[in-house]
Design a protein around this ligand. Sequence first.
Ligand SMILES: *Cc1c(COP(=O)(O)O)cnc(C)c1O
Length: 340
Amino acid sequence: MESINWSDLSFSYMKTDYNVRCYYRDGKWGELEVSSSEYVPIHMAATCLHYGQEAFEGLKAFRGVDGKVRIFRLDENAKRMQSSANCVLMAPVPEELFKQAVLKVVKLNERFIPPYGTGASLYIRPLLVGTGARVGVNPADEYMFLIFVTPVGPYFKAGFKPTNVAIMRGFDRAAPLGTGHVKVGGNYAASLRSGALAHENNYSAVLYLDAKEKKYLDECGPANFFLIKGNKYVTPASGSILPSITNKSIMQIAESLGLEVERRRIAVEELANFDEAGECGTAAVISPVGRIDDFDNPGVSYVFSHDGQPGKVCEKLYKTLRGIQYGEIEDKFGWNTILD
Ligand SMILES: *Cc1c(COP(=O)(O)O)cnc(C)c1O
């Protein structure tokens, strides 16, 4: 095998040895299959291709300080994929099948799990797509569940350093009663144009406002958003936010560290009242936000980092979360599945 420079990995695709697949036909799930092909043969009228009938997940496996491999919150990802499947009328993947498939694909690609100390991890990408042929808008009768893995480094090149984000009032990623709360591809297609505009202007992400009133904070690109004020961790409540498992975990960590946790609607103007801001998700982990610009109102900005450094609370949360994932801190919440 060509040698991998583990410390230099970015968040991008790298071919690994195997992926696993399972097919839903005639009303039931078949056997889990192992494949070494990176391609999927698919009917040209498959519902995933035309009507976006698909959902995905994202989780990580970490090589710990003790050499053991830990998969973070496997059961939560299994449940969320079921809720996504139900939302777009796909056959949900049974929780047991999901877990078995993740363990299998990680084990088969064990040599791609980055060593401890490199800051890298193995990203696991489960995918569920409608494969049955339809021309009219209807759910498919056949589905494919697939998982591939790829070693990844930090989502943002700079690592644990503040980046800037932009409020863009000319775009929404999801409607209040749409699919924002589930992990389906359509939400991402809807976010590409605003995301590209943000990147062109050197922002790491778009901080979306609620689509109905344009008054409250919503999702931050492909991540959840949070704010810190003194001893308080505050994160937006909204029906169009994807319930991040990272955010859920950070809220529990915050409480265990004695912080007060609030999940509520947050008006844009309130940004001025907070000390720290951050994005969180499996890919982004915790990524501090340095400044938020109101893109359509030049001159209106909210600054959270004056010296290019992350805030103290962000840093404490980040270190605790990473510590649990890499086996440095006791997993008292029972979040890790250890590979045997
Ligand atoms: C996946 C995702 C997140 C992060 O969720 P995690 O479970 O923490 O990885 C946040 N927002 C959106 C829109 C997502 O798709």
